[in-house]
Design a protein. Structure first.
Length: 172
């Protein structure tokens, strides 16, 4: 009897009809119960895609959430979304540490790539927007205004040998 129950549960999780039924019976707030998990875009996430909240409170508090691809968020949560101070680490070594608002990088933060490239500055809706510094592992850097992840406005770009351009940038 126990083996049949496990098989029935496994088939239910794997079938799309079960997933649709679970989605339609969604509770009023984020649930971390198996089979009823939603991502930061309020989309249903099959249980097999993530590991879940591994410590703390991933609904309203401070918690650590690990995804099946080994990406991880550790920080503050509000209504089941990243909100406040936190660190999001990708499996490729990319790391964002800073402010989140309503599930998105928003405010001051630092993105570090595995190759040594780095952005330290302001974010709005997951993009570099505002003042910031973009550094490269070979010694080049840009300091100035950003809009939608591009150099835009007043800024200085410097080469590793000290040569630089100071002026206005438009769209990149």
């Amino acid at each position: 009897m126990y083996k049949w129950l496990l098989l029935l549960i496994a088939l239910c999780v794997a079938s799309s009809s079960c997933s649709k039924q679970i989605k339609n019976n969604r509770p009023s707030e984020l649930s971390t119960k198996p089979g009823v998990i939603y991502d930061k875009n309020d989309e249903f996430v099959p249980v097999e895609r993530l590991l879940g909240c591994v410590s703390g409170d991933c609904l309203n508090g401070i918690g650590q959430f690990q995804y099946k691809d080994n990406s991880m968020y550790n920080g503050q949560w509000k209504d089941g979304k990243y909100h406040g101070k936190g660190v999001y680490t990708h499996p490729d070594g990319t790391r964002y540490e800073g402010d989140f608002w309503n599930g998105k990088q928003h405010g001051k933060g630092v993105v570090s790539l595995a190759n040594g490239e780095r952005y330290d500055g302001e974010f709005k809706d997951k993009k570099a927007n505002g003042k910031g510094v973009h550094t490269f592992p070979d010694g080049r850097w840009y300091k100035g205004d950003f809009k939608n992840n591009k150099y835009h406005g007043k800024g200085v770009f410097s080469l590793a040998n000290g040569e630089h351009y100071e002026g206005d940038y438009y769209d990149g």
